[in-house]
Write a protein that binds this ligand. Sequence first.
Ligand code: NAD
Ligand code: GLY
Length: 362
Amino acid sequence: MAKIETIEVATAARPYPVLVGGGLLERAGILDQWMGGGDVLAVTSRTVAGLYLDRLPLLLGARGCESIILPDGEEAKDASHWQRILRRMARLGLGRDCTLLALGGGCVGDVAGFAAACYHRGVDYVQLPTTLLAQVDSSVGGKTAINTDWGKNLLGAFHQPRAVLCDTRALDTLPEREYAAGLAEVVKYGMIADSGFFDWLESNKRMLLARDDDCLRYAVRRSVEIKARIVAEDEHDRSGRRAALNFGHSFAHAIEHSAGYGEWLHGEAVAAGMCMAARLAVLEGGLQEAERKRLEALLDALGLPVHAEGFGADTLKRAMLADKKNLKGAIRLVLPNGMGRARLTGDFSDESLDAALKGREP
Ligand code: NAD
Ligand code: GLY
C-alpha cells in the first residue's frame, strides 16, 4: 500500500493533520475518525462528482452522507451557492455536531469552508482537495471565502478544517492546464521559503510534468510543510509573515481582474505575477538578475506564462490599489529578497513598479 505522510498544522485552537498519499480516496473508513456524532453532507462540483463522489460511502465506513453538487469553477463561489449549501443543511436538520466534506478544487473548498464557518456559528469540515492548487495551497490554512460583486474573496472567515486529505492519485484526471496552474503555487514556496526546494524543482521538472507519483508526493508534501509552518506562525494574517504566501498575487489579481475572471487561471496569473514581482525586486536591489532568470526559466519549462501582455501598466496599477495588503491607499507587495526569502514591503519606487508592470528588461 502506498505510503501516507502526515503534516501537522499547529494552529492555536486545534492542530489538525494534512495527509498526503497516493490512493487516500480508496481507503475504507479513513474519514470516520474525523466525523463528529452528527450527519455528514458532502459538497462537490459537477466534474468532481462524476469522478469521485461514489468513493465517499467507502471512505465513511458505516455512515451514509447526503451530497450537494455545485457548478465547476468560480461560479460555485457565488453567494447563491453558499446559501444553497446553508439552506440544504437547515432542511436536513443538521445540528452543531454535523460535518461538511469539501470534495473538489479550491472553489468548492472555499465555499464549503465558508458555509461550515457560518452554519450554527461554525461546524466541522474536512477538506478532500482534488486539484494540485487545492492540495498545496487552498485546503490548508483555513481561509474560506466567496466572491462578491465588489471583488473576489471579499466575504469570508478564518475557519480551520478538522483534517485535509491530499490524494495525489486524484490528480491523474486533472486537465494539463489546471495541473500547470497548481505548479505555479509549488514554485512560489521555493521562492519564498526554501531555495533548496527551488533547486529540487529545477532538477525534477520533467518528472513533475509527467506526474511521477514519488515526485508529486514530495512536491505536495514539501509545499504543505512550508504552508503549515507559515500558517502556524501567523494564522490570521496579521504579522506580515503569512502575506509572503501572496508572492506574485497582487499582480495576479490585477491580471485576472483586467482580463475578466476565468480568462486566465489563477495559477497562470500567479506565474506571470511572480515574474513581475521578481523584476521589481531586481530593480530595487533585492534579487539578482540571474535569480530572476532562473524563476522565469522554471515557470516557462512548466508551461506557465511569464509575461502578461496587452494590459496597460495604469490599468494593472489601478486594479492593484484594491488589494487587501495595501495600507492607507499605498500599494504593498511581497518581494523576494534572495532565493527562498520574501517580505511584504511598500518600499519601492513608482518608476520601478511601472517598469515591472511593463515587463521591461531591468
Ligand atoms: P477549481 O476549484 O475551479 O478547479 C479547477 C477545475 O478542475 C474545476 O472545473 C474542477 O471541477 C476541476 N477538477 C477538480 N478536481 C479535478 C480532478 N481531480 N480531475 C478533473 N477535474 C478536476 O480551481 P482551483 O485552482 O482548484 O482553485 C481556485 C480557487 O482557489 C480560487 O477561487 C482561489 O481564490 C482559491 N484559493 C483559495 C486559497 C485559500 O487559501 N483559501 C488559496 C489559493 C486559492
Ligand atoms: N493563499 C494565501 C494564504 O493562505 O494565506
